[in-house]
Design a protein around this ligand. Structure first.
Ligand SMILES: Nc1ncnc2c1ncn2[C@@H]1O[C@H](COP(=O)(O)OP(=O)(O)OP(=O)(O)O)[C@@H](O)[C@H]1O
Length: 601
């Protein structure tokens, strides 16, 4: 391929992406006879303003899995901040913009610290609660003009231009839409983006990969709130007046509708949803009274019916239907491998890596783990076995930090780790897999595995949004690719993780754990669901890892697999350790045969 051809190939997608934006941004400038009427420009202004809020919701709700009905209140914070400063203190709107961002950030940090801890239906209820509170605050404060609001907000001025009409505000609004979309796109295609996607499903997996989920949730909550606040700032200077109505719960619900209708997990869906709902609402408001012969909020009823139909027939929203025309097919990830990521110091031969000392866990009156002790040495493979309900998974979860112990102590490489959060334990060098596989099925195998290296590269949210993370990202992806090859999934690097067979998904989890450069691997039933050949391949892999000095603690029901693989076994029954020894010793141990193996054989 010639250099020119290569250049064309590279430029192709950029041009394809730039053309619609150039068309969109120049709409108000089109001359007669194709001049766009004022009505459509105004409608597009509002679609742009709503899109900015909906893009934030894609990040927060669609990707992060946190449903918010309260975004309209943040729009209000942005709008009122600039309204007060420009009309009551005569300050520049740009100071109003900065003030709006600061006020929104502080409010979102405070509200997020409380509500983002909630889960299930408590979270949406929490967002409704603060959405209502802020709405009534706007309507009751004298200095905000109560329900009459604030009038006489000045027009924005940019580079000597006064943006005193919808037509003049248009370009600024759509530039902000483009920047909002780009920031969220960049963020999602990064180390932080992988962590945000991993928040879905409760965050236990993300914590085990070293992600500080509480901090990350607040960070994306603030990001979504600041986008809403930007929309509010633009709204205030477009309308030149504010009152509480557009910042109430109804609008909060509409923003969520827009994101869901468009396709809540797609950035492009936010704009599509905002456009469809705004045009539809406008059209219904004009035609329904004529058709029905009376005035009323009939469009809300029609909306409700349409939403139910949409949720029934297109749960992913409208975006997937248009995506095939406007989105490029997913390309294989390409990265120039940089310097290898730093690795941690490995333990000396025979060092006791893990020391579990009389660990205990009670659930109410039930003693699930009863003063259990054992050790795992460097390079040793230890199996934790026992009948159902014996307390194996609970012990496993105590070591990984998913559960807090009720008594006893756990030391890892000489440091006490019981009572520490899972992410801190992961950071010290304990990697884990899950009994019920926890992967991100729509992401590639490579991206799934790269999540494991979350703690090994430092690019944060800001650098990711500004695309300054490419060097770190390349190193991280190169490491992930190395681990994918190591476990034998190299042929599936760019496949969707959800398309793999269950056995391969379990192996993917091992690669993800390896990506953290662990010293100890905790594997929860790694052979479950694997075929004979796959089990043999897995055993070879684990033996090889152990030869390289990796310590492995595994919970497993498959006795053949365990007996042929492990160096040492700990047998539990009713929460108590009933035996410990080599596989040969355990095979002939009468207590074990009576309690467990006898029943199996
Ligand atoms: N979160 C919990 N709350 C209350 N009881 C629990 C909880 N988790 C486990 N238990 C109980 O603790 C005991 C040990 O359970 P655990 O899951 O650790 O056993 P296990 O040996 O891993 O079993 P299996 O092989 O079936 O996975 C069981 O009686 C179980 O019902």
């Amino acid at each position: 391929m010639s250099a020119v051809q290569r250049e064309r190939l590279r430029a192709g997608p950029l041009v394809a992406c730039a053309i619609p934006w150039i068309v969109l941004l120049t709409l108000p400038l089109w001359p007669a006879p194709i001049a766009v009427p004022e009505y459509w420009i105004t409608l597009l202004d509002y679609i742009g303003l709503y899109s900015i809020v909906a893009v934030g919701l894609v990040l927060l709700t669609g990707i992060g899995g946190m449903t918010s009905f309260g975004q309209a209140a943040f729009v209000g914070l942005g709008a009122y901040s600039t309204a007060v400063l420009t009309t009551q203190y005569g300050l520049s709107p740009w100071i109003g913009l900065v003030a709006g961002i600061v006020v929104t950030t502080l409010a979102a940090a405070l509200i997020g610290a409380v509500t983002m801890r909630l889960s299930g239906h408590y979270l949406p209820l929490g967002t409704i609660a603060w959405g209502l509170s802020l709405f009534f605050l706007f309507g009751n404060l004298d200095w905000l003009g109560k329900y009459d609001g604030i009038n006489g907000i000045p027009a924005l001025g940019v580079l000597g231009w006064t943006l005193d009409s919808g037509r003049r505000m248009y370009v600024l609004i759509w530039i902000v839409v483009a920047v909002a979309m780009l920031s969220v796109r960049n963020l999602l295609d990064s180390r932080s983006g992988r962590a945000i996607r991993a928040l879905r499903g409760g965050g236990a997996m993300a914590e085990a990969m070293g992600v500080d989920t509480a901090r990350l949730k607040i960070a994306i909550f603030i990001h979504a709130a600041v986008l809403a606040s930007l929309s509010g700032f633009l709204y205030a200077h477009l309308q030149r007046a504010v009152n509480p109505t557009p910042f109430g719960l109804n609008y909060g619900i509409q923003y969520l509708f827009m994101a869901v209708v468009g396709g809540v997990s797609h950035v492009g869906g936010a704009v599509l949803g905002a456009a469809v709902l705004t045009v539809l609402q406008d059209w219904l408001q004009s035609v329904l009274p004529r058709w029905l012969g009376s005035n009323g909020n009939y469009e809300i009823i029609v909306f409700g019916v349409l939403m139910i139909a949409l949720l029934q027939f297109a749960r992913d929203g409208l975006w997937p239907m248009v995506a095939r025309f406007v989105e490029r097919p997913r390309r294989a990830r390409r990265f120039a491998a940089g310097a290898a990521l730093p690795t941690r110091a490995k333990p000396a031969d025979a060092e006791a890596v893990l020391v579990v000392d009389a660990i205990r866990k009670t659930f109410g009156g039930l003693v699930a783990v009863n003063d259990v002790s054992f050790r795992v040495a460097a390079g040793e493979i230890v199996g934790l076995i026992g009948p159902n309900g014996a307390g194996k998974s609970t012990t496993f979860n105590l070591v990984s930090g998913a559960l807090a112990a009720s008594g006893g102590a756990i030391h890892f490489r000489g440091e006490r780790i019981d009572g520490r959060p899972a992410r801190k334990i992961a950071a010290r060098g304990i990697g884990r897999t899950f009994q019920h596989v926890k992967i991100m099925p729509r992401m590639s195998v490579l991206d799934n595995v790269a999540l494991g290296a979350h703690r090994r590269a430092g690019a944060g949210i800001w650098r990711s949004m500004l695309r300054l993370d490419r060097h770190d990202e390349a190193r991280l992806l190169a490491e992930a690719a190395r681990q994918v090859e190591r476990v034998g999934l190299g042929a599936h690097l760019d496949d969707e993780a959800g398309s793999l067979a269950l056995g391969q998904q379990r192996v993917l989890e091992i690669a993800r754990a390896l990506c953290a450069d662990p010293v100890l691997l905790l594997l929860d039933e790694p052979a479950a669901g694997l075929r004979f050949q796959e089990k043999q391949a897995l055993a070879r892999l684990l033996r090889k890892l152990s030869d390289d000095g990796m310590s492995i603690l595994l919970v497993e029901h498959d006795m053949d697999f365990v007996m042929n693989l492990t160096d040492h076994l700990v047998v539990m029954e009713f929460g108590t350790r009933i035996a410990e020894g080599t596989p040969d010793e355990i095979r002939t141990n009468q207590t074990v045969l009576d309690a467990y193996l006898g029943g199996v054989e």
